[in-house]
Design a protein around this ligand. Structure first.
Ligand code: G3H
Ligand code: 13P
Ligand code: ZN
Length: 311
């Protein structure tokens, strides 16, 4: 099966009450670990690439790795630009073979966000590429931009119909209390399900996206701390909250920090147990296998998209 856009995938996810995992990729072992996990669970997959990942690994390298993933797995795979910062980056990804892009105008005034998103949609739709927009602003760190809690804002449900109607975007990321990175909540985790419900009521059948949705799996945080790391007060979104969101209108759940934690935890453990090793294949192989296990866990226990690849 060739690369696909997100249209059909999201329709099935919406109707089936599950979500697709959108996992960030930065190098070969990360792509391979995610694809191994999704293949074992026969799950549809979104591999997403940030502007920072393109800068780190090069667009063509990442695209070729993802093409290899499609060829070897036979799974339906979307290659998606995560947090597209401007029209030019979206255009470059569309011209370079991506099947889906996000244009992140969430920091702009409402009308400017609409105009920018619409410009990307017009370019993308002519080429069969789907577009994710964003309304509301998450706290946390992405691409070295740190959005403080004070500067974050929940999505206003009374803006979503106008936004979707005027932009014609295919999915919408909303802010309900999740945030990027490994330090999501100071106290008790809390998500505004009332906002999600109201958005869903106003946009029946329309796919919603959750960013900042890593659970910051405590086992990995503990492993990192045990082997010389220092991650105090790391805290993520509880899995039961994500499961609830996936059973509602949320069709795409973004996961990056959990991949980073699993990968790093395993490498730290490897060096603690084998200080004499220096062949990268020895520790990267273990980190890759750990990613595959983590992705399987997410697919089965959080997203519910296992065995949906041919649905
Ligand atoms: O939301 C951001 C993603 O976690 C990507 O992070 O910009 O550091 O690649 P990055
Ligand atoms: P996490 O930092 O919670 O993994 O979120 C990733 C994300 O939203 C990528 O766009
Ligand atoms: Zn994000």
């Amino acid at each position: 099966m060739p690369l696909v856009n997100s249209k059909d995938m999201f329709k099935k996810a919406y109707d089936g009450g599950y979500a697709i995992g959108a996992f960030n990729v930065n190098n070969m072992e990360i792509v391979q670990g995610i694809v191994e996990g999704a293949t074992a669970e026969n799950a549809p997959l979104i591999l997403q690439v940030s502007a920072g990942a393109r800068k780190y690994a090069n667009h063509t390298y990442l695209m070729k790795l993802i093409e290899a993933a499609v060829e070897t797995s036979g799974l339906p795979i979307v290659v998606h630009l995560d947090h597209g910062p401007d029209f030019e980056t979206c255009k470059s990804c569309i011209d370079g073979g991506f099947t889906s892009v996000m244009i992140d105008g969430s920091h702009l005034p409402f009308e400017e966000n609409i105009a920018l998103t619409r410009r990307v949609v017009d370019y993308a739709h002519e080429r069969g590429v789907t577009v994710e927009g964003e309304l509301g602003r998450l706290a946390g760190v992405e691409d070295d931009i740190n959005v403080s809690v004070e500067d974050s804002s929940y999505t206003h449900p009374d803006q979503v119909e106008e936004f979707v109607h005027k932009t014609q975007c295919d999915s919408l990321a909303i802010a309900i209390g999740t945030s990027h990175g490994a330090f999501k909540f100071k106290g008790e985790p809390k998500l505004r399900f009332d906002i999600l419900e109201e958005v869903s009521r106003r946009l029946p059948g329309f796919p919603i996206v959750l960013h900042g949705a890593s659970s910051v799996v405590p086992e990995y945080v503990d492993m990192i701390n045990q082997y010389g790391g220092k991650l105090d007060n790391a805290r993520g979104v509880p899995e039961e909250m994500l499961r609830r969101a996936a059973s509602m209108s949320v069709c795409k759940i973004n996961i990056d920090s959990d991949l980073r934690l699993a990968f790093t935890a395993k490498i730290r453990e490897h060096f603690a147990l084998h200080p004499e090793h220096f062949d990268p294949r020895q520790y990267l192989k273990e980190a890759r296998s750990e990613l595959a296990l983590m992705v399987r866990h997410k697919i089965v226990n959080v997203l519910g998209c296992n065995n949906k690849a041919d649905a």
